[in-house]
Every structure is written in C-alpha cells, then in structure tokens.
Design a binder for this molecule. Structure first.
Ligand SMILES: Cc1ncc(COP(=O)(O)O)c(C=O)c1O
Length: 382
C-alpha cells in the first residue's frame, strides 16, 4: 500500500501556520466576495437572487458536470486557444478543482513502469502522483541561466517509445516560464510522433497580461487533455471547480468513471458560481491581470532598491516567479525566520524540486503592497 504524505509545500506552510499573517507565495489571483461576483451580472440589491443562485435546488449535479457550465468552460478555452477539431460541451468534464482532474488523468492514463516527462521544478502533484504509482519521471530541469525557458531539444532528449505522457504547465508554477505557440506546435508534433498522451495544465493561461502568443492547438490531437480551474487566473479558489477537456471519448468516459468513484459530482452551487464567473471572465481577468502588472512594478522597484539581496526575472505571464535571495546560507532557515519574525510565508523552491536559494513569489494579491512594506523591513533588519 502506498504511504500518503502531505505535499511538501503544504506541510511546510502548516508547520509555520501559527506565525503566518501574510502570504508572499500565493499561487492564486485576487478573489472576489460572493456578492462582488454576483454584482458583475447585475447592480440589483439582491444580487445573488438575480444571478439565479438562491433558487438553486440543492440536489446532485450530473457526474460529467452541469451542461451549461461545460459550455462556458469550452468557450473560455476556445477564446484562449485555436483548434480545427470541434470542441463542445460534451468534450469537458468538471472536477472538484484542477487537482482532482489531474489525479483522474494520471490514474486513467498511467500504470507502473510507464515513463512521463515533466518540467521541474514543478507543482508537486505532477511529480508525486506519478512516483506513488510506480511511474518513472523524466525531468526537464529548468534553470535561471535560460530564463527558466524550455526548448524542443529538451523534449527530444527525453522522449522515447516508453514515454506514455508529456506533462506541460504554462505559465509555469513556480518559475513563471511560458510555452509559446511555436514551441507548443513542436511539442504536439513530438507527442504525435511517439503516440504518447499530452497533458497541458493551463490553470494560469488566462493571466496573459502582455498578450503573448500562448494559444495552442493541443486538442486537435485526440490523446491531448487540457486542464483548467477557477482558482488561479480567475482567483476563485473558494469555488471548487476545475475541468478536463479532451476530444477522446474513451478517455473522457474513464475520467467520468473515476470521478464517480472519487467525488460522484461537484457541488451544485459551485457549478452555478463557476458558470457565472466564466460568463463574466473578461471583467474578472481585466481586474486580476491589472493587479499582477501593478505588483510586478512594485516588486521590480523593491529589487532595484536591494540588488545585493534579491534578484529575479519578472514573469511575462502567469501569477508566479522565483526570487533568488543572495548572501544567505539556507533558504529554508531564511523562510522560517521570515515567518517567525515578520509573519510572512515565502515558500522555498526546494519544496517544488529546485535546489538553490530561491522562493516562490505570488503576484496576484491586492494586499501585496502592504506585505512588501513588512517584507522590506525584514530585509533591512537582516
Ligand atoms: C500548476 C497547478 N496545477 C494544478 C493546481 C491545482 O489547482 P486547485 O488547487 O485549484 O485544484 C495548482 C494549484 O496550485 C497548480 O499550481
């Protein structure tokens, strides 16, 4: 029987929970209140009622997910990407977060002895789930010298007949690196050549504040699966809805069967709220992406004031970046001191599989400016 352990970043956060008041590593964009979300579609006083939430009958939702929500999900996806295949509501399955979707995909596609290719450092589950299943993880190690970017050669070197799945995540957690349309096409060709599955974890794709060419056409290939969620670019982690989209019927039926075993269905209210948020996603993204841009400016100014202590490469998209802390011996001790002395959580990059004195910076929160004041005081005192 496998031994289940808390993911390292969650265990680390929990070990410091009694000290922490501010989170400098949050991977989500700014959240809205329920009332703010409902008011996006109406100014009426009883916003929740008008938005059609309060008269929801609290029964089970369909296992595959509410059909109106699935339509919103594929529309959201199609707005960001380009395909020639038909993708409709039938192509999507909702899950309780992207995490449940990723777990269902791994358990559908992978068996012990398979190989997968993953970018590292990484969102811990993308590696841990595979290792627990006895799957061999081939890592493409991103490095600061290359601005954390990958190229097709990195994939060419690892892919082989045993490769069952290529896992992508762009914009990338925790480095902020991106895969542009050109590289996406090359990776797609490679996956087709080796007949392997292709998983694109797109949870922050809509945080594209510099309008980079991030559109892909992975779903033209029936062995591709795209994952999205409410928590990252849209900032609505409290609406526990994620999704997987694939044009492969067999694969999709397996995902639905696994969901039926794990959670049966998502919360009816969450599905309604997700639908409402996706209908208003342009407005939400405009607000959230502006917060990220403002925070990048603030952090660049802080770095310019303390070049001997900090360095980074500002992200071109997404909510996250890695920051190097200079002239310290251990990032873990430094982070623990930061939490204990200043109440700030900054997650060391080794929790995501990268050695060196880096921490993950989250740029999505409106409280960022306030947190930076306290952070700068800590830098000056230490
Ligand atoms: C790259 C990536 N994928 C998936 C997830 C899971 O998202 P959620 O926690 O909303 O299910 C996360 C969460 O941090 C993530 O960073």
């Amino acid at each position: 029987m496998p031994t289940y352990m808390l993911p390292k970043h969650i265990a680390f956060s929990q070990s410091l929970a009694s000290y922490v008041k501010y989170n400098l590593s949050d991977s989500t964009a700014q959240a809205l209140t329920l009332e703010q979300l409902c008011r996006l579609s109406t100014d009426n006083f009883d916003a929740a009622q008008i938005a059609g939430i309060s008269n929801t009958l609290l029964q089970y939702s369909p296992v595959q997910g509410d059909v109106l929500l699935r339509q919103e999900i594929v529309d959201f996806h199609k707005n960001l990407n380009c395909h020639s295949r038909i993708i409709d509501a039938e192509s999507a399955v909702t899950f309780c977060g992207a995490q449940e979707a990723l777990s269902a995909i791994y358990h559908t596609v992978l068996s012990a002895g398979d190989e997968i290719i993953v970018l590292t450092p990484s969102y811990p589950s993308l590696v841990n789930m595979a290792e627990l299943m006895g799957v061999t993880v081939r890592e493409i190690a991103l490095c600061a010298e290359n601005n954390w970017q990958v190229n097709i050669e990195d994939f060419n070197q690892l892919v082989n007949e045993k490769t069952r799945l290529i896992v992508l995540n762009s914009p990338h957690n925790p480095t902020g690196s991106t895969i542009d349309t050109n590289l996406a096409n090359q990776i797609l060709q490679l996956a087709q050549q080796y007949h392997c599955y292709l998983l694109s974890d797109d949870v922050s794709q809509a945080s594209n504040y510099h309008s980079l060419a991030l559109a892909h056409r992975y779903l033209d290939y029936p062995k591709s699966i795209v994952v999205g969620v409410m928590s990252k670019s849209l900032g609505l982690a409290g609406v526990r809805i994620g999704w997987a989209i694939t044009t492969n019927n067999t694969l999709r039926h397996s995902l639905i069967a696994i969901k039926a075993v794990n959670s049966i269905c998502c919360s009816k209210i969450d599905e309604k709220l997700a639908c409402l948020a996706l209908k208003n996603s342009k407005d939400i993204l405009a607000l959230n992406n502006q917060v990220i841009l403002d925070n990048i400016t603030l952090f660049s100014a802080l770095i310019a004031r303390h070049p001997e202590k900090l360095s980074w490469q500002a992200p071109q998209a997404g909510i996250l970046a890695l920051v190097e802390v200079r002239n310290i011996t251990s990032i873990t001790s430094w982070s623990q001191k930061l939490a204990k002395q200043s109440g700030i959580l900054a997650l060391p990059s080794e929790l995501f599989g990268l050695k060196g004195n880096y921490f993950r910076l989250g740029l999505g929160q409106r409280s960022f400016a306030k947190t930076l004041v306290i952070f700068e005081r800590f830098l000056l005192e230490n």
